[in-house]
Design a protein around this ligand. Sequence first.
Ligand code: GTQ
Length: 340
Amino acid sequence: MGDDAYDAIAKLGTAPLWRYFGDLFAAQPKSRAEPFLWSYAALRPYLLHFADVLSLREAERRVLMLVNPGLADPPATTTTLYAGIQVILPGETAQAHRHTSGAFRFVIEGSGAYTTVNGERVHMHPGDLLLTPGWHWHDHAHEGEGPMLWLDGLDFPLVNALEAGFFELYGERTQKADVPDDISSRQFIHGRLTPAWSPRPSPNSPIGNYPWSETARAFDAIADDAVGSDSDGVLLEYTNPWTGGPVMPTIGCRVARLRPGFRGVPRRQTPSTIYHVVRGEGVTTVDGRRLEWGPKDVFAVPGWATYEHVNAARGDDAILFSYTDAPALTALGLYREEVR
Ligand code: GTQ
């Protein structure tokens, strides 16, 4: 028999576990994703270039995907999550579609655009977080001045790995708005007072827009009094008012204030994280790699990579928006964290 036996068992559709065991059951995860940073200043001219030369009749969405060098094919930003930067010009519409992937937009610059989500027009301002949970119809339109740019976050790497991805076009370019504009945010943003006439608990938050004005109010209200996390600073979670839990079953969204001089205690967690710098400058060291970030940049921290945030500025806060797949890992019993 000898080596022939190995050939024979391969032909029978088997493999010897003993030759694979260490890879299949590694002592700890080693992500294929790399710590990586995308410079907004470097990307912005190309986004505007493609806004010039590519119409939204030619592209379903005009987006530059932020592709992790370790995850080129299929493209993804971390193993489970995706980030892209989308640009839309005044007068344009991006046609209505839906997918089982959960999605959100975090508005970077511009005003006058809105997304219609299941019949509700949701208007965008810089710093707003807009949700389009899985299988919700959504189309975008811009009726303001100047280009509008936002960060798209989706879970499609996870959904496709689970072979649960479905996609559909609406059939008409835009949905009819058949509920009052921005009603979900107006009804639910003050989450301790929820509509009592139609309780519809859902794993998705009913809030279409978590406006920046409310985020700023939350930070202002706690001022300098909050202790905050040793690793993540004054970290606030956007919550589903029905459950108090994350905004979507696969994606959790947070926003952190790092005070001037903040130096985080190194930490790692099984969820991967994508950060967007709302304001400020700093350095995040990820498994020994220094990611130097400034306003509007995006950076990726792979799962189980050790990260350490520093806001070296003497006078200025840094504000970091972030999202993770923590809700999915938690639901599956796979969430772990470690603080040094
Ligand atoms: O705007 O609906 O970056 O469907 C990727 C997929 C944006 C969107 C993306 C999408 C969208």
